[in-house]
Design a protein around this ligand. Sequence first.
Ligand code: 4AD
Ligand code: MG
Length: 430
Amino acid sequence: MLTTIKEVAAHVGQEVKLGGWLYNKRSSGKIQFLQLRDGTGFIQGVLVKNQVAPEVWEEATKLTQESSLYVTGTVRQDDRAPSGFELDVTHLEIIQVAEEYPITKKEHGVDFLMDHRHLWLRSPRQRAILAIRAEIIRAIQGFLDQQGFTLVDPPILTPSSCEGTTNLFHTKYFDEDAFLTQSGQLYMEAAAMALRKVYSFGPTFRAEKSKTRRHLIEFWMIEPEMAFVDHEGNLEVQEQMLTHVVQQVLKNCEQELKTLDRDISKLQQVKAPFPRITYDEAVELLHKEGFADFKWGEDFGAPHETKIAESFDRPVFITHYPTEIKAFYMKPDPTRPEVVLCADLIAPEGYGEIIGGSQRIDDPALMEERYATHNLPLEAYQWYLDLRKYGSVPHSGFGLGLERTVAWICGLDHVRETIPFPRMLNRLYP
Ligand code: 4AD
Ligand code: MG
């Protein structure tokens, strides 16, 4: 039976057999140090020439980087080892001697690494990121499930757009036209009227020609939607959820955050309540902080968001954006209809918008007006209008972009490392 590296702590002084890969090797003539990984962790195997059978020593000399093997040895506690343990190797069995591995110790360019993404995933850094990504998903689902939300899956192929028509992926659906979903929100609104508190978790697509550190073509979104929850209640769920997520990652991913050299003092601050400022206040702040030309009614770009975030030690909500620059479904502020009851949540340290959300229009007449101003064909959106005609209630929701959240929590400077196989403007391979 195989033991995993993650389990060796329970086997100190015992002989175990591991299955894994060699990621590096050092040799001093009489000792071979085998850096081993097995997918659950990393450990150094030590092979002493005059303590093992000559065939075993011989086999070890044949091991190239990424060769696969079974290795047997005694677990020894060693406080100098990064993992805290070493393996005194007694026996090994090669599964395959790997061909010359393209990713070596030397520095590689990003394009090269991206072309070899299928292999790059094996590095300690990429492994740590994917482990944290999974923990973030677990934490979000744990929080929402515990709060009484029901997971509902919206369709991927859709007849219409949710977030505007400029960045839709078009495809044929037999004789009809269809689009890859930009957001499951509209469907989640329907589900909220059936199950009250719902959320979706799935891939979304934006044919965006932007080549930035924050944009992917295919990304994953978590979209909660809640009946009988207003704008303020919506923000409370968001700050509670993110606090839970960050604290759970700090607790369960200590090793991974260390691998990434993440400054965790910045994450420890992330506790609800988060500060809230209005769009108007944000514009005022920008005017004072070197963006004198910024005009009311423009949307914030990355430099603006970074500047605004600098004034806060935790994520900040920017609320009440101009109606003009936001999506058609957002509810206008009854006291000031030129702004909407919405919020973008801006992460600290320059990571930008990680959540977009709002209270939704619940009045059918106003919604019909919006269809007209936004040129939305009634045939395609009739069903969405129905939600306002048959027992309309106040409701709100939001979408959290998983990859931007992973980039922020891991402290990465580009979203390309936050998803196993990123789809970007110039990348569809591998
Ligand atoms: O702000 P967005 O466009 O909002 C919506 O789609 C709403 N329908 C969500 C809702 O209310 N249910 O997108 C939400 C989040 C953004 O805050 C951002 O984190 C992420 O999705 N996002 C992207 N992430 C990576 N690459 C892109 N191209 C992204 N576009 C949006
Ligand atoms: Mg947005």
